[in-house]
Design a protein around this ligand. Structure first.
Ligand code: COA
Ligand code: MG
Length: 330
């Protein structure tokens, strides 16, 4: 389905995927190329996190945890966070149960009150359907983590229902401009719940999900948020994972959800600028400056017309490269 139409179109696809900078985040851009779930009651898996090298880890209390284990996970996550030395390059988030469950409030209370200072660094909320849902989460977080004492907690909202998709514009607006205790930064696509809700069937090339994926990217980018693509559940097939990760990157997603450590390297590479792209972007920025001084807004670079939009895309590549290498070096 995602054909490469020719080398210049391919280059543009590759460039667009790096138009990721978000103005709603304090400080520098945080790459979230792979976002990996680990069940919150599985001590052995949680203890592996420091060595995985994933950009974002999600300690899960929702669907990765059986109903009778949710209370255990709720307390085990803060205990484990206190014991583990997770590198600063890995962002620590917790996925609580959704508002449809009547478990959200207790999840938030235990996680926010019992976790070590500064953790979790972000919160993931599933099954977000409306701006009212975001307001309710903001209210609960404010109760257990008063905003007067803290910066707003970065929020990941999972969209996994038709109603959530229809209301996504309001969700983005409310999560960015109307909240006090949380600040929406990331929209995540929950594809399997979405398919269950519409009565669809998952196919190998995920063609049934193209419309939703594009809608998620469109809304997220309209509000300068990050957009995280669907999980590749066939976790042993790294070839199709690579293909699906590249498709997601070309569509404009900034990262992808993963469920297994072997998926992390493949996914992070697909969302990282290549050396060729960095060289292209660096050269373009230099040429742009030279031509500006000569009074020229448009000029030819490597056989193609260049003007300001291409400069901005080139800067995105260089900024993303710097953000990633800065983290790797630290
Ligand atoms: N986080 C950390 N470590 C993980 C992991 C994860 N998500 N998934 C697997 N591992 C570890 C395993 O513990 C194992 O190490 P060990 O042999 O030293 O114990 C190693 O990686 C290889 O695992 P493997 O045997 O291939 O898989 P598994 O049968 O243990 O687990 C899954 C397979 C799918 C159950 C597991 O990957 C998982 O639970 N993933 C998360 C699922 C989830 O949260 N879903 C909800 C969100 S979509
Ligand atoms: Mg889900």
């Amino acid at each position: 389905m995602f054909r490469v139409y020719g080398s210049w179109r391919h280059s543009l696809h590759c460039l667009r995927r790096f138009s990721t900078q978000t103005s709603h985040e304090a400080g520098r851009y945080r790459p979230r190329r792979a976002v990996m779930y680990v069940p919150g009651m599985d001590k052995r898996k949680m203890e592996k996190i420091p060595s995985v090298g994933v950009d974002t880890v999600v300690f899960d209390i929702e669907d990765g945890v059986a109903v009778d284990q949710k209370g255990t996970a709720r307390y085990m996550i803060p205990e484990t966070l206190a014991q583990l030395s997770i590198p600063a390059a890995t962002e620590v988030t917790v996925r609580v149960n959704g508002l449809d469950s009547n478990l959200t409030r207790e999840d938030l209370q235990v996680i926010l009150e019992k976790s070590p200072d500064g953790l979790p660094e972000a919160l993931m909320v599933p099954k977000v359907q409306s701006a009212e849902d975001v307001a309710e989460v903001d209210c609960m977080v404010g109760e257990f983590r008063p905003s007067a004492k803290h910066q707003p907690l970065p929020l990941f909202a999972i969209i996994e229902s038709p109603m959530g998709l229809l209301n996504l514009r309001d969700i983005c607006y409310h999560g960015i401009y109307k909240c006090e205790a949380v600040r929406l930064q990331v929209i995540v696509f929950g594809s399997d719940d979405y398919l269950a809700m519409i009565g669809g069937v998952r196919s190998e090339d995920a063609s049934e999900l193209v419309f939703v994926r594009q809608s998620i990217v469109t809304h997220a980018k309209a509000y300068q948020l990050q957009a995280i693509d669907l999980v590749h559940i066939d976790f042993k097939d790294l070839t199709s994972l690579k293909r699906q990760s590249q498709e997601g990157a070309w569509m404009g997603f900034t990262g992808k959800q993963v469920i297994h450590p072997t998926q992390v390297g493949v996914v992070q590479e697909a969302f990282t600028p290549t050396q060729d792209q960095i060289t292209w972007a660096t050269g373009l920025i230099e040429e742009f400056d030279k031509h500006q001084k000569l009074g020229k807004g448009a000029f030819t670079y490597q056989g193609r017309m260049i003007d300001k939009p291409l400069l901005l895309q080139a800067k995105n590549i260089v900024n993303l490269h710097n953000a990633i290498s800065g983290r790797t070096n630290s």
